[in-house]
Ligand binder design. Structure first.
Ligand SMILES: O=C(O)CCC(=O)C(=O)O
Ligand SMILES: [Fe+2]
Length: 278
């Protein structure tokens, strides 16, 4: 654990400098490894009670959104392979997810890597099942904005995805593979629709309630769910002057995010992308 005292320099605007003290829930060596390898493992960081509450919230969402996500199932017209079910805008859909927004094990690491001013890029979930079509994800990365050639003032994209596993990450449920260091590769992208192994991949297996923090451009894939149900949440942060994820369209207008905003807390507004940059 270490403390970073950030001072955002904006005195020329007549404001006092914005001071922000961050108690980072990671050691300097862990942050260095996250920078170099692109991922950091947090084993069993979610306690039983919170895990049960998050699982129930995901189960409620699965039930509510099933017909919209799986219309073909009723007609027997399933594809041979899919990602399973992806839910977006979780803050709007169930208050059980609200504590994730400022959860220090994730947010403090985001602020240690990207500075004090970060915002939510997205809060989504993926649920996959065994015994249906193959449900997995091919190799991919999340910030697909890198051009060839790279111009001199290219802004290297940075964001962090906290992959939170509500069920055990194992071979039955589908492990997670990553290619260490691949978030730094600006001259290539993951092979298209590629599901098989890649050289130097590392496959992670972890207890339920664990988190893997990745740079959003780390090459990664989820292996197929063979048995039962696999539930995971993706909590993503990016510097606050960047935009939220375009996936999933605009958020519901009268969603539960309004409850969070009702507190008028400037930090919450900043995390939701409404303040913090000038
Ligand atoms: O399910 C996983 O382990 C990873 C999911 C993922 O990479 C994604 O949905 O972008
Ligand atoms: Fe992903």
């Amino acid at each position: 654990m270490q403390r970073i005292n950030y001072n955002v320099m904006r005195e020329h605007l007549g404001d006092t400098p914005l001071k922000r003290e961050v108690e980072v829930q990671a050691t300097a060596e862990e942050l260095d490894s996250l920078d170099r390898n692109g991922f950091l493992i947090r084993e069993s960081v979610i306690d039983r009670e919170w895990l049960e509450s998050l699982r129930s919230a995901i189960d409620r969402l699965t039930k509510a959104e099933w017909p919209r996500h799986r219309p073909a199932e009723a007609e027997g017209g399933l594809p041979e392979r899919s990602c399973g079910l992806i839910f977006r805008h979780l803050l709007d859909k169930d208050a059980a997810f609200h504590d994730l927004l400022t959860w220090p094990p994730a947010l403090s690491v985001a602020r240690a890597m990207m500075g004090p001013l970060v915002r939510l890029r997205g809060l989504s979930a993926r649920v996959s099942f065994g015994g249906k079509e193959i449900q997995d994800s091919p190799w991919h990365q999340h910030l697909r904005v890198v051009s060839n050639p790279l111009p001199p003032w290219f802004s290297s994209p940075h964001a962090i995805d906290c992959l939170i596993y509500l069920d055990e990450l194992n071979d039955e449920k589908g492990a997670l593979s990553v290619v260490p260091g691949s978030h730094r590769w600006l001259d290539r992208e993951p092979p298209k629709l590629h599901h098989a192994s890649l050289p130097d991949e590392q496959t992670l297996r972890l207890p339920a309630g664990s988190m893997v923090i990745i740079h959003s451009n780390l090459w990664h894939r989820a292996l197929p769910t063979l048995v039962g149900k696999r539930r995971m949440i993706i909590l993503a942060y990016t510097p606050c002057w960047l935009r939220e994820s375009p996936h999933g369209g605009t958020a519901p207008e009268d969603g539960l995010t309004l409850e969070l905003l009702a507190s008028e807390d400037p930090e919450i507004k900043e995390l939701l992308g409404l303040e913090g940059h000038s």
